[in-house]
Design a protein around this ligand. Structure first.
Ligand SMILES: NC(=O)c1ccc[n+]([C@@H]2O[C@H](COP(=O)([O-])OP(=O)(O)OC[C@H]3O[C@@H](n4cnc5c(N)ncnc54)[C@H](OP(=O)(O)O)[C@@H]3O)[C@@H](O)[C@H]2O)c1
Length: 345
């Protein structure tokens, strides 16, 4: 097809119209609070319970967010019959244990990214969810955003043709006492920040048949930064970098045989992007204000609610195969750079 006159519209339904589920929050950290804030403000989902390792934390979080049922253990949370779905917001070192706990209790699960520490853990979690017949998804919120639905339609209509290359990166400044510098919590940028660029490359190019790269260790014992190039069987190349040492544009460019896509703000957040014709003479722009977690996390909650209410056990926004593919690519990068986790697990 030729270059179009306009971009497709987002097909993401209004979050307020999603069927209402009863949510339990596992963990009381940074992202748990952001999720509750966004979901409460922008959707009609009911956040009914929170579970923590400590009764005091559960009570403090419940009091702050007006949640009726604080649980002083994760076991109590997942066995609460008044809850439909558990949002797992613990560190990724223990996603495997916490997701299996919730699945075995018969709960649907949305787990924060990365799904697990490695592909082997993720495969076990996916198999458990399929065996139990519950919904399971990885909360890579990017792929639930309206802009990614528009982007998906651009790809499906082959507006940029065959993808030849993907360039992407993500760096952030984080204080030294952040868990990202903690080797016992599988710190380093790859699983925390690099998940976004790596999942984008996996989504666009599929499995890597070859990976080369460079990494630099941080004195804390975690990897500090890395840059990697990957190639698929067709010869297409994805390059990604991630760092703990400062903010980067967090951008991405996708080059196809008929055109290219560039993001004009951080690719993983709400914001704008452009589709360029091959010779650059035509540009279509998807316009959206740049947003952060508050403006975006609720989309994943609404999609999970729609999927569960419809009896689906996964979501097309972030399929389980896509999560497994990302975990395999992350494993490949770690193998290439010799990054080992010392989590004791
Ligand atoms: N989607 C996003 O944009 C986004 C952003 C940031 C982080 N994340 C992901 O979300 C997950 C949590 O990140 P976070 O930044 O929210 O972490 P955090 O602030 O450290 O919170 C993690 C919570 O997990 C619980 N926990 C259970 N076992 C723990 C342990 N051994 N050590 C520390 N905490 C433990 C704690 O809650 P209790 O003490 O109440 O049990 C803690 O508050 C990670 O997988 C991360 O990659 C996603």
């Amino acid at each position: 097809m030729g270059f179009p006159d306009a971009l497709p519209k987002s097909r993401v339904p209004a979050a307020a119209q999603a069927p209402v589920l009863r949510w339990g929050i596992l963990g009381t950290g940074w992202i748990a609070a952001k999720f509750v804030e966004s979901v409460r403000a922008h959707s009609t989902q009911r956040i009914e319970a929170v579970g923590s390792r400590s009764p005091a934390s559960a009570q403090a979080f419940a009091a702050k967010w007006g949640i009726d049922m604080p649980h002083g253990s994760y076991e109590a949370l997942v066995s609460d019959p008044r809850i439909d779905v558990i949002y797992v917001a613990s560190p990724h070192t223990i996603h495997h244990a916490h997701v299996l706990l919730a699945i075995e209790a018969g709960k649907h699960v949305l787990v924060e990214k990365p799904m697990a520490l490695d592909h082997a853990q993720a495969a076990e979690m996916v198999a458990a969810a399929r065996r139990k017949g519950v919904f399971f998804a990885e909360a890579v919120w990017t792929y639930f955003l309206p802009k990614f639905d528009v982007l998906q339609q651009v790809l499906d209509r082959r507006i940029i043709g065959d993808i030849r290359s993907v360039y992407t990166e993500y760096g952030e400044f984080l204080p030294r006492d952040h868990r990202i510098f903690d080797a016992s919590l599988a710190g380093g940028p790859l699983l925390d920040l690099g998940t976004y660029p790596v999942s984008l490359i996996e989504k666009l190019l599929g499995a890597a048949s070859r990976i080369v790269g460079l990494g630099q260790p941080d004195p804390s014992g975690v990897n500090g930064q890395l840059a990697v190039a990957m190639q698929n069987d067709a010869g297409a190349i994805g390059t990604m970098a991630t760092t703990l040492y400062g903010f980067t544009p967090t951008n991405a460019a996708i080059v196809g045989t008929e055109g290219s896509i560039r993001f004009t703000t951080e690719f993983h957040l709400p914001g704008s992007f452009e589709v360029w014709s091959r010779d650059g003479s035509r540009v279509l722009r998807y316009e959206e204000p740049r947003g952060a977690h508050f403006e975006g996390l609720f989309f994943e909650a609404a999609e999970v609610a729609r999927a569960i209410a419809a009896g689906r056990t996964e979501t097309g926004c972030r399929t389980l195969d896509a999560s497994l593919g990302t975990m395999a690519m992350l494993d490949g990068i770690r193998d290439c750079l010799g990054i080992r986790f010392c989590t004791g697990g």
